[in-house]
Design a protein around this ligand. Structure first.
Ligand code: OGA
Ligand code: MN
Length: 295
């Protein structure tokens, strides 16, 4: 079988066809998929409804599985996140993203609101290299819930030269205080002074460990802080960088269908999600691949 790679017109994303990813891949297909992923940052496989076991088995062919973010936060910060009443029968390598409430408890994270632009779990020292999100139930795109992906290589490359020089070698804090839905993680007090925020110290310009390319690495906006700068100056610089980063020309929009699997490179792509009609059910399961310390 030969895989087909169909890049989208936007700055990132490609659809992969011609391979059944529920079956063990040949070495050739696996390598071709990996190359397509590194080249395109985000891959979509359409029409492949699968089980959690198949999802994990597919993921494992590309590296080691990472635990869900609640576990990562608890491990690094020693707090109880209480972010989602996860169903116990679901393995800890699967994150549930859903607005569904059962017996008065949300079965997953993120609810039905907007998820702001972010990199997954960059508030821990070693964030996951990749996330693979699969759709089990979703409302039609007219009800919202689309997910957008952004090419952080291009965002970096198109910065003015002076800005590149200004951020080169700088470290910032990716705050651990909030989820991408803007909800405070349980266990973190209110932050008045962002220069004292708990979080991971990350390089503002990140070099991809496999492609060697540089990207703009901002994590998320809330409570972010550039080390060594007065707070006001840090806020100004971050606002300027976010203004540049979040441009439609760097982004691709995924309108979900049941049976989609979308796999993004968390080291060079960011994502956000539209809010959606809360009377509709949306259920996604996600695996992640372990990453390395950003440099
Ligand atoms: C995620 C995420 C967006 C969505 O799984 O990391 O941000 O579309 N999901 O649910
Ligand atoms: Mn996310």
């Amino acid at each position: 079988m030969t895989i087909e790679v169909h890049p989208f017109a936007a700055g990132c994303g490609a659809e992969i066809r011609g391979v059944d990813i529920r079956k063990k891949l040949s070495a050739e297909d696996r390598d071709a998929i990996r190359k397509a992923w590194l080249d395109n940052l985000v891959l979509r496989f359409r029409g492949v409804p699968m089980s959690d076991d198949e999802h994990m088995a597919f993921t494992r062919q590309f590296g080691e599985l990472e635990y869900n973010p609640a576990r990562l936060i608890e491990k690094q910060y020693g707090v109880e996140t209480g972010q989602s009443g996860r169903k116990t029968e679901i393995p800890p390598e699967i994150s549930v993203i859903s607005n569904i409430v059962e017996n008065g408890k949300p079965i997953g994270g993120l609810g039905d609101g907007e998820a702001f632009w972010h990199t997954d779990s960059s508030f821990v020292d070693v964030p996951p290299a990749a996330s693979l999100l699969r759709s089990l139930e979703c409302p039609p795109p007219t009800s919202g819930g689309s997910t957008y992906f952004l090419n952080c290589y291009t965002a970096y490359e198109t910065l003015p030269e002076a800005t590149k020089q200004r951020i080169d070698g700088k470290i910032m804090v990716h705050a651990a205080t909030h989820s991408s839905g803007g909800i405070a993680h349980k266990g973190f007090e209110h932050v008045d002074d962002v220069s004292k925020v708990p979080g991971a110290r990350q390089p503002m310009v990140r070099t991809h460990p496999e492609t060697g390319k540089k990207s703009l690495f901002l994590g998320r906006r809330i409570n972010a802080y550039v080390l060594g700068l007065p707070v006001e100056e840090s806020e100004e610089l971050l606002d300027e960088l976010w203004g540049h980063m979040v441009q439609e020309r760097f982004t691709w929009r995924q309108d979900w269908q049941v049976g989609d699997l979308v796999w993004w490179d968390n080291r060079c792509a960011m994502h956000r999600r539209d809010a959606f009609d809360g009377s509709k059910r949306r259920l996604m399961h996600r695996t992640q691949l372990k990453g390395t310390r950003p440099m």
